[in-house]
Design a protein around this ligand. Sequence first.
Ligand code: BGP
Length: 470
Amino acid sequence: MTEMLAFPKDFWWGSAWSAEQAEGRGETGKAETVWEHWFKTEPNRFYEGIGPEITTDHINRYKEDIQLMKETGHNSFRISISWARMFPNGGVGEKNPKAIAFYRDLLTEMNESGIKPFANLYHFDMPFALQEQGGWESREVVESYVTFATTCFEEFGDLVYHWFTFNEPLGPILGSYLEDFHYPNIVDFKRGAQAGFNTILAHAKAIESFKKLNLTSKIGVILNLSPTYPRSQNEYDREAAEIADAFYTRSFLDPMVKGTFPKRLVEILKEYDQMPTYEENDLKIIAENTSQILGLNYYEPRRVKARLTEINKRGPFLPEWFFELHNMPGKKMNVYRGWEIYERGIYDLCVDIRDNYGNIEAFISENGMGVANEERFLNEEGQIIDDYRINYIKDHLAYVHKAIQDGCNINGYHLWTFIDCWSWINSYKNRYGLVSLDLKTQKRTIKKSGEFYKEMSLNNGFEYETSKLV
Ligand code: BGP
């Protein structure tokens, strides 16, 4: 039966992107970031050798882009504020008046256009000079981040609707310390644990500073959360899933939302001598300064089974010592990105937050489908006809709707992304946008999904065949 799925009044319809992926370097002055440095030294690591110099050139085209936000039904949008732009002398020192002018103008125009600005303070874009000082492994870098965050609260506090300390803080730990997809490509769990702990401390210290300013907005964090499913109910599979979940889900969720660390994870790190160092007062700061709002990025589930093979103890310590990923037969795939598509996972995630995290105010802060060679789907008028993306959005949102009906405190949905933007080492391979980008001319064209998104936002819902829900 087809039903109209109506969402709560004032639901946040929008999308998200980040400074390094969309702005381009521009003329304001900006410190070199780790991405710019890595691209300079190893361009071969980036798809088709395209780096972060220009990306979607938002810095020069933001006025036109805000019009496109309106035309695609946005009532809210997440940007990130570039630390390197705000503090062009290597992320510290004097703040940059040109950066402040840019962000103030952008945020003012968004507000005047009826688009609530959500601002994130860190989206993988460490100033290179601070990485040289140890990046998140360094407590001085934590203090520089708090100075940057406090400057943003003071300069933009009157214009930002909600704040986020970090986007996916787990990402740089996996990429930089375990899996070789972020600079500086270290493989060392213990150093990664230190960087992770310091990130959690930076989050809490930024919130501590935020609370002193008595702004009306809220502050929280955006986490990439994949529900963990064991291959079977076999006790060994379940144990493997529990441990994978402790490493990848509870590791940041518990301290950043509840102010505590997951017991199982701490036990394992102690047993294997992988604990970070910290000061006693850090735990107090973390416990007292937790998120007021939570963003949920959901792309794929995590499927796990008990290990089949012995661990190579002469290799580096890794979470995979305790489990193997399960390649579930018959799974639906986004073949371009190599991620499983499992729509019900978004429901299970929302229920976890409802049941285990006090039903904290939350929203879907990223979800989306990256597709390669999208020009295949151009029609004669030059528009991309992306019905697959429309279906992807509806199929996930139907589960978000069900979660809300079941009492989950979910107030919005932000798609990844608005206009096609730069995907880190994948560069412009997979396109995620509601608006397509011609990389040669920077011409923007609304896709069919962008038109659908506007209609959905205007109707505050959409028609759906609900018998598809399981
Ligand atoms: C999230 C990041 C985004 C974005 C997205 C899509 O993890 O927060 O920055 O990149 O994933 O992933 P990718 O660009 O790697 O395809």
